[in-house]
Design a protein around this ligand. Sequence first.
Ligand code: ATP
Length: 215
Amino acid sequence: MKRIGLYGGTFDPIHCAHLRLAAALRDELQLDEVRLVPAGQPYHRDHGPHASARQRLDMVRLAIKGEPGLIADDREVRRQKNAYTVDTLQELRTELGPDAELWCLIGGDSLARLPSWHHWQDIFTLANLAVALRPGFDPAHLEPAIRAEWQTRQVFDFSNRTPSGTIRALTLAPVDVSATRIRARLAAGEDAGGLVPAAVLDYIRQQQLYRNTLA
Ligand code: ATP
C-alpha cells in the first residue's frame, strides 16, 4: 500500500529547514514519496507572498533536484482559488484510494493556528498529521480544541499504521530558520548561503527577488 506525504507551504523561498523536514518525513515514516506543494494563493496570511507562485514553484523544483522521493506538486499553483489544505488532501485521497497512508506535514506554529484553517477537523478523516516542532513550541499553549486532538491522536510507534487519523511529532531537532528571516537578510544585502540551496540562491539573484522586502 502506498505511503504518501504532503508538505504544503508558501516556500517564499524554500529553505534548508523545509528540506530537512521533507527528508525527515520521508525517512522517519518510510514514505514512498513526499509532495511539496507551494500554495498558489495563501489565504491565512497577513500579506501575499513576495515571489509569484510560478517563482516559488521553480525554487522548490531547483531545491529538490536529485533528492530521492521528493516531488514538486504544482496543483495549488494551477488552481486559481484559495489554497485550502483540506481540498488538496481530498484531491489526493480521491487519487490514491481509501487504503493509502496519507501524511500531512506541518510545523508546530502551523499546528497552533490549525483551528483557523478551513474545515480543519476534516484533515484527520483524510490524513495523518506529522508535526515538525519549531523552537519555542509548547503544547500547553495550544488552544483547547487542538490540544485535545494532540493528546488523543498522538501515536508513538508504528505497529498499527492507519490511512488517516493520527498525529505524530517528528523527532528531528528544531531548526531555527524561517523564510521571513531569510528575506530580511537578502533585503539587507547579507549572505543567505547555507540557509538556502545554492541553486535557489542563484535563481533569487537572477530573478532579483527579495531586494526590498521588510518581512
Ligand atoms: P515565513 O517565515 O514566511 O512565515 P516559513 O519559513 O514558516 O515562512 P512556510 O513556507 O510558511 O515557511 O512553511 C511551510 C511549513 O513548514 C509550515 O507548516 C511551517 O510551520 C513549516 N516550517 C517552516 N520552517 C520550519 C522550521 N524551521 N521548523 C519547523 N517547521 C517549519
